[in-house]
Design a protein. Structure first.
Length: 537
């Protein structure tokens, strides 16, 4: 039985045509995946099904959901369908949840809106639904008290509270680590089997697509360029764009051999005045709320005796689940937080001195964040954004324009881009600008904090190639933090595996990936989705 049918769907906003004659069909109990680059029309197709398009949007064609013509249905009736017949899991759960309401109240709200039931009964059912999605925390918790994976489960519980016939999941695992991602995908599979609903999943992660989908729909520039059953499409890709997309997902950048480009990574004892970054026996604790008014404050140890070394020009990866201490370690390395034990030095100088950040050391380090748009002031030109470290560290050179032009050209942009604003660039270009900003003071160490996790596969390949090219031009050391194990394997010399505030394994990247010693490392590698070997690109 056909659950969802989209025929000749065309969508325009103003004079811009977003979707062009989109055709899509899926059955009840089927998992269909829409994939493609950013801007290909994936999310707009999903919003069309939900009836959540902007007011100026104009559509032609038909969208039929369980016999209902969505495009001809008035808004009051659409409100009855949303949450009842169809539900949606949005990409960023924190923005989809109300920060001042408990998670139980938010799930119960869906039930109360659509059914004539009492509030206690709705809350009882909400608690049961939270248990159903594997969330073993009290319904009285607030969103900020949960991890990313837990918040994603709350959003899923809200979407399926009334057991809809269609669930749309828009990038449900993009920002999650591999073990949490595996649990969410298993959860979605189980819900499809148990409820018999259709699942339309939107993602640029092709390993997830190959792993979970019964049917794959590939979109490019608002058009469906190829659609087929998963095994058929993976075994015989017809369209050049599909082949290019999967080839990009397997792309390995030409990172130089570490033993040829810089000093061999140091192991064993750390010398008195080592070159590079040294993290030695670092401990970082936080005070928690008192359990009773007269009792002592309990302590939470976020970093527990962490030690490692990054030599000049060396490229090191850091992997681990959410909450393992990666972000705390990053802040400590950058001198943004002091530590209670151990020491962090760069070229023998402490990053924290006399309980204050050592700015002479900090200017040798830079960071590239996950969301470049969120780390830029949209009112400033690219020239001002790229030169921001000069202003913060009080070191603007006399020939600043030449330095800015060089940084932009080094990352594959042009000198004329300096006069533009950040909204004029794509996601991949923004990440290049973020890297240019990191390069402007010619640091010794760059920390890439999930720098490519939000990018689609083709843009990700370009950014990784850029990083490889910069390694050829400059003797850069970097710490590459990511939950994408495939990327870490392709761009690092050594890898550190972190769990509950400790480095549980570290070593040569290929050795760790091919012969992991610690059980946790084995669990991480087993949870990572992989593209099947049958793919020919």
């Amino acid at each position: 039985m056909t659950l969802l049918s989209i025929t000749n769907l065309t969508l325009s906003i103003g004079e811009t045509e977003i979707l062009h004659d989109v055709d899509l069909s899926m059955q009840a109990g089927e998992i269909a995946a829409i994939t493609g680059e950013s801007g290909s029309g994936k999310s707009m197709t999903a919003l069309s099904v939900m009836g959540l398009l902007p007011n100026r949007a104009q559509t032609t064609g038909t969208i039929t959901l369980d016999g209902t013509d969505i495009l001809q249905t008035p808004e009051p009736e659409m409100c009855a369908l949303r949450g009842n017949t169809m539900g949606m899991v949005f990409q960023e759960p924190m923005t989809a949840l109300n920060p001042v309401q408990t998670i139980g109240a938010q799930v119960a709200e869906t039930i109360l809106i659509h059914e004539n039931t009492t509030k206690p009964e709705a809350h009882k059912r909400a608690a049961a639904m939270l248990q159903k999605v594997g969330l073993n925390v009290p319904p009285t918790r607030y969103p900020h008290e949960l991890s990313g994976g837990q918040r994603q489960r709350v959003v899923i519980a809200m979407a399926i509270a009334l057991r809809p016939k269609l669930l749309i999941a828009d990038e449900p695992t993009t920002a999650l680590d591999v073990t949490t991602q595996a649990r969410i995908l298993d959860l979605l599979r189980d819900l499809v089997r148990e409820f018999g609903m259709g699942l339309l999943i939107i993602t640029h992660d092709l390993a997830v697509v190959a792993d979970i989908a019964d049917q794959i729909i590939v979109m490019q520039k608002g058009r469906v360029v190829e659609a087929a059953q998963t095994a058929q499409l993976l075994g015989d890709m017809q369209h050049p764009y599909t082949r290019a997309l999967f080839a990009a997902s397997r792309h390995t950048p030409p990172i130089p051999d570490p033993y040829q480009t810089h000093t061999k990574p140091i192991s064993g004892a750390i010398s008195a005045k080592p070159q590079g970054l040294v993290v030695e026996n670092v401990v970082r604790t936080y005070d928690l709320a008192r359990k009773n008014i007269l009792g002592p404050r309990p302590k939470f140890r976020a970093l527990n005796d962490v030690s490692f070394h990054i030599a000049k020009g060396e490229r090191v990866g850091l992997v681990g689940e959410s909450g393992c201490g990666k972000s705390t370690l990053t802040r400590a390395i950058l001198g943004l937080e002091n530590v209670q034990g151990g020491a962090i030095t760069l070229d023998g100088e402490p990053v924290f001195s006399a309980n204050r950040p050592n700015l002479d050391v900090r200017r040798k380090m830079q960071v590239v964040f996950q969301d470049p748009y969120g780390s830029f002031n949209p009112r400033h030109t690219v020239a001002r954004l790229v030169s921001e470290p000069w202003h913060l560290l009080d070191t603007p050179p006399a020939n600043g324009a030449e330095h800015i032009a060089r940084a932009l050209t080094d990352v594959g942009l042009t000198a004329s881009d300096a006069d533009k604003y950040i909204h004029e660039f794509s996601g991949g270009q923004r990440q290049r600008i973020a890297i240019a900003r990191a390069l402007i003071i010619e640091p010794e160490l760059i920390i890439f904090d999930e720098a490519v996790s939000a990018l689609d596969v083709s843009v990700r390949a370009q950014v990784l190639d850029l990083i490889a090219d910069l390694c050829q031009k400059r003797d850069l050391a970097y710490l590459f933090i990511s939950h994408d194990l495939t990327v870490v394997r392709s761009v690092t010399d050594r890898v550190l595996v972190m769990k509950t505030g400790q480095i549980v394994e570290q070593g040569d990247t290929e050795t760790v990936f091919t012969a992991p010693a610690h059980p946790y490392t084995k669990t991480l590698l087993a949870a990572a989705p992989r593209l099947p070997d049958l793919i020919e690109v």
